[in-house]
Design a protein around this ligand. Sequence first.
Ligand code: SFD
Ligand code: AMP
Length: 659
Amino acid sequence: MAGEFGNPEVVEEEVDILIIGGGMGACGAAYEIGPWLDAAKAQGVDLKVKLVDKAAMDRSGAVAQGLSAINTYLGEQDPADYARMVSNDLMGITRDDLAYDLGRHVDDSVHLFEEWGLPIWKQPGDEGKPLVKGGKPVRSGKWQIMIHGESYKWIVAEAAKKALGTERIQEHVFIARLVNDKYDDNRIAGAVGFSVRENKVFVYTFKACLLVAGGCANIFRPRSVGEGTGRAWYPVWNAGSTYAMAVEAGAELTMMENRFVPVRFKDGYGPVGAWFLLFKAKATNAFGEVYLETNKALLDDFPPYGQAKVPASCLRAHLMMKEMREGRGPIYMDTVTALGKLAETMTPKEIKHLEAEAWEDFLDMCIGQAGVWAGENIEPEKKNSELIPTEPYLLGSHSGCCGIWTSGPEDLGAPTSEDHPDKDKIPSHLPQGWHWGYRGMTTVRGLFTAADGVGASGHKFSSGSHAEGRIAAKAMVKFCMDNKDHKPELDTPVERLVEQIYRPVRNYVDHQDYTTAIDVNPNYITPKMLQLRLQKIMDEYVAGVSTMYQTNAHMMDVAEQKLELLKEDALKMRAKDLHELLRAWENYHRTLTAEAHMKHIQFREETRYPGFYYRMDYNFIDEENWKCFVNSVYDKETKTWTCFKRAHVDLVDKSKLFK
Ligand code: SFD
Ligand code: AMP
């Protein structure tokens, strides 16, 4: 029997492993974990696993709408080259151990997707021939392959559900916070969440947990407000839960200053990759000038990265922004010339097919953009479309690298302790601290992450996120086996946890009769109001679109004060129903994530990502002092952040990247 609103039923459950999230990382873990559980069972240990997703796995997470490309598939290529590309696009500061490890595993996930029914485009003559049988994919770029991917998430989720078993999966449960161990505050012991459908609070205890709740959208005021609220690029339901919950559990974060400002088709956020890479389209200013060529000299301002054979995503955006700042907008994707050129050697039937592909690119993954084209009478072969740099997003799996500091692979890492059993077998070329026992584990014992959660290694995309979830699943089982006698105990009494989780409901129930207008009440603030306030602060002071991505130390001082007050008021968020309870907690997570982002930008006294953000008081790249990771930890008792540097080392030679 479910409880009542304001007085929820409490369900306590003990498992060994909890997977939080049902996206690409979680589906990878759910698929992979079975055989390792069987192996554990064969040794007499029966591990219990549960997966909880706040939504329905078939359409949850970033791949909900589908995708039209798999952006990471290596094929014949060398994982070291992949690690090089990742480093280049993220301005030199990534973990080569993580990228290399991902690169050598990712293709297996793509092969599985195809086996499960995902249609992957093949080159003429190879139609119907699977990748594993030598079928040659249609590559949009060096690393990307094209798919008919409207049902991508459905296919991947189905396999995950089948492998794990639906009895081990609980949908529509939002995890709000993690709980540390009573006897070890650097160990994880549980998680608390609530049903978004029934008046129930769930309290899980476990030995290990995979926190894969995606990245973070909607902390900056979006370009589309009232008239288009809800439109965004990364999914609005990625609310920073991964980062915020890890932070409160004491995990070390890395590179939270990094953000992604994608260049997208204006108003619909349609993807540009296929246009640039597959259709070979060029972007121009209002006068038809190709700014990547006319502004090329600006790249010299950012050595050595400006000299890369392929300039990083942020530098490409930087060249575009000069045009916008100096009044030569709008910026266009020249679809007319691109399609015209491709059509020169085609039959009318082939041209129709090409145009259909252009539409499918949007229909597969961003239907809203197809809506903009239809609504504005845009035929891409006849009329060019506007491009725009969007509001910033925080993520660790796409073209960004913020996230949690995680343990790297054992065979690429140096043992961190003298008594490590494999000390002599492992090449010790990695800096101390990049590997501490279990791949994918954070600095908190038992707390693992993958995909958007793992920092300092972007460009994993959907396939890499799945692969990384699989890697973490294996490591979690090992961790549980090594700790099989450990009995987790929560550091906070269950009643206290329930009180915290349902505080927004109490705020509402206790004060609702004070006023007649439900949204106007001195005792509470609606989640929506709080979110708008957060977005305004971040936009105006922390380098959002309204300042053309510019900030400085003074602006961030103001942001800091305002965020402090916002955090106080966040405790007064109301929830008039379960949907608002979800919104309240999402905003709580967003606020903490936004604060981490701001603190890191404040700490890094340079502009590492021109085009993504500018610290106008340090508007240059400072290789000598800042070619390092910026990491941080948060003390949830004192509510203070400590940011610090960690040394960066290139494990893969990067000289090949430059002209
Ligand atoms: O065009 C809780 N991505 C692309 N990847 C590609 O391979 N090709 C592309 O074409 C890609 N492009 C793209 C992409 C994403 C989006 C939104 C667009 C376009 C418009 C990137 C991938 O999708 C991305 O890398 C992975 O999906 C990341 O995986 P993961 O597991 O880190 O996140 P998720 O899939 O969003 O899943 C998150 C899950 O967590 C749940 N959740 N559950 C319980 N409690 C909480 N508190 C929770 N908070 C969240 C969610 O419901 C979800 O299940 S393109 O731009 O290049
Ligand atoms: P997008 O649609 O912008 O997310 O891009 C999809 C993929 O193509 C990602 O791997 C991008 O890094 C890559 N990409 C997009 N545009 C370019 C470009 N102009 N040059 C090189 N790579 C690009």
